[in-house]
Design a protein around this ligand. Structure first.
Ligand SMILES: Cc1cc2nc3c(=O)[nH]c(=O)nc-3n(C[C@H](O)[C@H](O)[C@H](O)COP(=O)(O)OP(=O)(O)OC[C@H]3O[C@@H](n4cnc5c(N)ncnc54)[C@H](O)[C@@H]3O)c2cc1C
Length: 257
């Protein structure tokens, strides 16, 4: 099985995020593998171990993404590819990322491509499906289980808490949902081995892509944090007074009824 994992470096949303001049401040932010992509790496490794083959992790980003790619190699992936867009593209969007990834993947004879369901920063959930559309292969999103038998995959996907079972043929792209597996931590020998595993670096030129072919289709006008929550109000007095007051507040202040 020739398996590719699409891996995004994201900032850790568990940490405090600062926004200034309409942009998220990267100074002091912690960067991690997008958590859904950890499920993708883990699943790819498990499928390779069961069926044989190779796992390649690929990321579009800057040189800084090398760290997250090395972590995936330490988990057990075989090869990594960094498509470095730092000098060529400014302000890309989901179209940009998907176009670059699809261009890279188009002649790779991938049997299975695994992406995350969503990036915890950009959060559009578009990159996986866009890549599959461009490669003209089937895709199944938010998967929680996959079994492969020959050229057929039987997949369980999460549908807002319910499950749906789908059959699809390879080559196939799936996006990983929480619950697919328990991603392993890189072991010490894994970290040592990862240092020697191949990490190829490509630029747009290597993919025969021009800057204008990957120009963003959307423009981000503003980024801001949600307004601070104000302190709650506790109603007091008789229950009937409280109910009257609550209706009054919902009607006149909150204007929701
Ligand atoms: C050259 C370039 C410049 C950019 N500049 C800006 C900018 O100025 N401001 C800004 O806010 N954002 C910028 N971005 C990021 C971009 O807007 C999106 O965050 C990105 O396209 C992915 O969309 P998403 O976060 O909604 O991912 P989703 O579609 O939610 O991600 C789903 C899955 O797709 C895969 N995936 C997503 N992104 C990548 C990736 N980069 N590499 C490999 N796999 C991936 C992962 O498997 C991920 O789990 C830039 C991106 C590029 C390529």
């Amino acid at each position: 099985m020739n398996i590719y994992v699409l891996l995004k470096r994201t900032f850790d949303t568990e940490e405090k995020i600062t926004v200034a001049n309409g942009a998220i401040q990267e100074d002091g932010a912690e960067f991690i593998i997008n958590p859904y992509d950890e499920y993708a790496v883990e699943e790819a490794i498990q499928i390779r171990d069961a069926k044989g083959g190779e796992v390649t992790v690929v990321s579009v980003g800057s040189e800084e993404s090398e760290k997250q790619l090395r972590t995936a190699l330490a988990m057990g992936a075989d090869k990594a590819v960094l498509i470095n867009t730092e000098d060529d593209v400014e302000g890309g969007d989901q179209f940009t990322t998907a176009k670059i990834l699809a261009e890279f993947l188009k002649d790779k004879d991938a049997d299975l491509i695994i992406a995350g369901n969503v990036a915890i920063d950009g959060g559009s959930g578009q990159v996986g499906p866009r890549v599959a559309e461009q490669l003209n292969i089937p895709y199944v999103t938010t998967i929680t289980k996959i079994e492969i038998d020959g050229e057929q995959a039987t997949i369980t996907r999460d549908v807002e808490g319910d499950s749906e079972v789908i059959e699809a043929s390879l080559p196939l792209l799936v996006t990983a949902q929480q619950g697919l597996n328990d991603p392993r931590y890189p072991s010490l020998p894994g970290i040592m081995k990862a240092k020697k595993k191949p990490l190829e670096e490509l630029e747009l030129d290597d993919l025969d892509l021009d800057e204008d072919e990957v120009e963003a289709k959307t423009k981000t006008l503003d980024i801001f944090l949600p307004p601070k929550k104000e302190a709650g109000r506790v109603l007091e007095g008789d229950l009937s007074d409280q109910v009257r007051e609550l209706v009054n507040v919902l009607h006149k202040e909150a204007k929701v009824i």
